[in-house]
Design a protein around this ligand. Structure first.
Ligand code: GFB
Length: 315
């Protein structure tokens, strides 16, 4: 990509898309295309096609998706499947038809089998059954990978796919019904501290292990791959290190300076027991993350607007 290239970031207001825009601006890119939801409905095929034909983006970073934590994924499988299929089909096929130079598709580590060997190598894709709580989202993402690979094979497109681990960072979702664990626990610990509650509730057993990557590190890896990587083979993006949910909760409680106890709601699902990525493909290409989990949590906690967190019944 050149600093003058026309680069479309789909999903620019989300956790990933906003990090991509920050990284592009910081690197000096001058022609970043974005559209808000009310300007362009990504589920509307003809609207997406017209946008591509009119604006002629040269590069596309596909970060638009319906995303959520374990509860939302489990409750709304139809929406997670259909909305994601629709958004990615519309954008990827319009990019093919508009002769986009290169497209980067964001997948997820949940595409891998629930009981995959650890750490998870890229070649473990489609070697076993998926985790049921997010199978619909995972299947949509697997279809997106296949569409990118098929466009490369059948039409010669340079469409690459990356598989990030669990992400966190600015513009994260702190809604307790739809968020991922890290922002949820920041909110729960902060509210409990403010209201002198003796405990906070953790869903599940606290034993699942998760790997967390800051969205600014993800954006850095994506721009690195846009410059250096031209293969349809998927690439994992992560730190290669994981923690248990209990360890994460303790780290967050230390940051928030909340000294209560953890209570485990074992009626809630644990999800997959472990999903730490093997990041050697990316490391061998020459990229590594730079934000430590503890530092990233502190930065997020200090920056987030806590004034809207007013529902004590959700603690
Ligand atoms: O982050 P999370 O919702 O997503 O949950 P997944 C991770 C773990 O944290 C699970 C536990 O074991 C949860 O039960 N957990 C404990 C909590 N307390 C909480 C809480 O208050 N809120 C939440 N949300 N979790 C998602 C997938 O799976 O990961 C998506 O559903 C996507 O499709 C995403 O792939 C990266 O890691 O389990």
């Amino acid at each position: 990509m050149h600093l003058e290239s026309r680069i479309y970031v789909a999903g620019h207001r989300g956790l990933v898309g906003s990090a991509l825009v920050r990284a592009l601006v910081k690197a000096g890119y001058k022609n970043i295309l974005t559209r808000r939801r009310n300007e362009l409905d990504l589920q509307n095929e003809s609207a997406v096609r017209s946008f591509f034909m009119r604006e002629k983006p040269e590069y596309v970073l596909l970060a638009a998706a319906k995303v959520g934590g374990i509860l939302a994924n489990n409750q709304y499988p139809v929406e997670f499947l259909v909305e994601n299929l629709s958004i990615q089909n519309n954008i990827i096929l319009a990019a093919r038809d508009a002769n986009v130079n290169k497209l980067l598709f964001l997948g997820s580590s949940c595409i891998y089998p629930k009981m995959s060997p650890q750490p998870i190598k890229e070649e473990y894709l489609l070697t076993g059954s998926l985790e049921p709580t997010n199978a619909s989202y995972a299947l949509a993402k697997i279809a997106g990978i296949n569409l990118c690979q098929s466009c490369s094979r059948e039409y010669g497109c340079n469409f690459i796919s990356v598989m990030p681990t669990n992400l966190y960072g600015p513009n994260d979702n702190f809604d307790l019904d739809s968020s991922h664990v890290l922002p949820a626990l920041i909110r729960k610990a902060y509210m409990a501290k403010m209201q002198n509650e003796p405990t906070i509730t953790i869903w599940g057993t606290g034993t699942p292990r998760r790997e967390f990557l800051h969205s600014d590190d993800l954006a850095s890896a994506c721009l690195f791959l846009m410059d250096t990587y031209d293969s349809p083979e998927i690439v994992n993006i992560g730190t290669g290190c994981d923690v248990t949910i209990t360890e994460l909760a303790q780290m967050i409680m230390e940051t928030v300076e909340y000294t209560g106890e953890l209570v485990f709601d074992k009626e809630r699902p644990d999800g997959t027991p472990r999903k730490v990525l093997d990041v050697s493909r990316l490391t061998n290409l020459g990229w590594k993350p730079s934000i430590q989990l503890r530092d990233g949590i502190r930065e997020l906690y200090e920056a987030v607007d806590k004034s809207t967190w007013i529902n004590p019944s959700k603690i």
